[in-house]
Design a protein around this ligand. Structure first.
Ligand code: BYC
Length: 327
């Protein structure tokens, strides 16, 4: 990994020109390549936030594993939560290729210095929330993440390919939970609608602030990290939801939602950005609980990390001894 500080001015200019050329050609930047510090920092910020979101995102759903309504639902939910741990792993690994350690990232998370997606600071009081998370939260994640498969940084883009495949399954399982509830009793239909009412607006906030208040978008798009703006992806998501809501028989909780033939976009009510900012400031319904549980899990897992490190050390020692014996 070569950092700009290691090179002379002339070498830096040549390296910058090569980097600019790769971006202009829409090619990939790989860990071995020179990259500007700001590009590296932006990627570390976005990828680590994304990894944290996956790991914190395990909590709202794991809350229902012991209470899933059937063995089949329990097995599916366990597999989904496990997938999310896997996504966290791919993403932490991708971020590590940029020169930050796993320990540093974890420290930033548990000390409350790192961001993770606002959506995971909402509570899951009913089983229908598992359906709403799959349909709306994973649905939003797919809309946001499919373009990230083409992100200019190789390890990030490649990690996203696998993540998106798994997210599609997650989204369909959520849809199917809601469909089953909507075909059930009156109480089940009400529970499904209530969950959709609670998760709809927070899922729209997942795409980030409006374009004119998104400080990182322009540069991230110029670097081919982001391919679409926050508002464009939000529009695309709503367009995807409308026909699916009809199939489900649920109502999207926005009386002003309608397609505008003139603009070719959905008109919708104003998003409550005060709520979004409150959640980002750590004052959402479950921020404190999410961080507390993450901290506890980290402390309780210390012995596992120690054991794994010791095992790896012994394996390396044995491999070294064996290679010495052969030579
Ligand atoms: N929540 O300039 P902007 C999942 C921050 S996991 C919190 O537009 P950017 C799943 C933003 O970080 C889903 N913070 O930023 C897992 C920035 O703050 P800093 C997670 C937010 O980066 C388990 C500031 O606001 N997905 O799907 O250009 C179970 C200004 O924003 C949020 C990803 O992480 C938010 N919603 O665009 C189920 C995808 N929005 O860093 C499902 C990767 C904005 O300057 N990330 N902020 O202090 C991205 O695509 C982009 O980072 C974002 C934001 C679109 C989120």
């Amino acid at each position: 990994m070569t950092s700009p500080a290691d090179l002379s001015v002339v070498e830096n200019e040549a390296a910058q020109a090569l980097f600019d050329d790769l971006i202009a050609k829409d090619s990939r930047i790989e860990p071995r390549d020179w990259m500007p510090d700001a590009y590296r920092k932006t990627l570390i910020r976005q990828i680590s936030q994304h990894a944290h979101s996956e790991i914190i995102g395990m909590q709202p759903e794991s809350n229902w594993i012991t209470r899933a309504p059937s063995l089949k639902r329990k097995a599916i939910l366990m597999a989904k939560v496990q997938d999310e741990a896997g996504h966290g792993l791919y993403l932490y690994s991708a971020a590590q290729t940029l020169g930050i350690t796993r320990e540093e990232m974890m420290d930033q998370l548990i000390t409350g210095r790192a961001r993770y997606s606002s959506i995971f600071n909402y509570t899951t009081p009913t089983w229908a929330d598992m359906g709403a998370i799959g349909w709306l939260v994973d649905g939003a994640a797919i809309c946001n993440q499919v373009p990230l498969c083409r992100a200019s940084y190789g390890p990030y883009g490649r990690a996203m390919v696998r993540i998106c495949k798994e997210e599609s399954f997650h989204q369909r399982q959520g849809f199917e939970i809601l469909l089953e509830l909507m075909q059930g009793t009156e109480a089940q239909r009400e529970m499904a609608q209530d969950a959709v009412n609670r998760w709809y607006w927070p899922s729209l906030m997942m795409f980030g602030p409006p374009d004119d208040q998104s400080p990182n978008s322009a540069q991230s798009m110029a670097w081919n990290i982001k391919r679409f703006s926050n508002d464009d992806l939000r529009q695309r998501f709503v367009g995807m939801l409308v026909p699916q809501a009809e199939v489900l028989g649920v109502t999207l909780p926005d009386p002003n939602l309608r397609f505008n033939d003139e603009t070719g976009q959905y008109d919708m009510s104003e998003i409550d950005w005060t709520e979004f900012n409150e959640v980002l400031a750590g004052r959402g319904p479950a921020n404190a609980e999410r961080l507390r549980r993450r901290r506890d899990a980290h402390e309780e897992g210390a012995w596992v990390r120690e054991a794994a490190a010791e095992y790896a050390r012994k394996q390396a020692e044995r491999a070294l001894a064996a290679s010495g014996a052969v030579a």
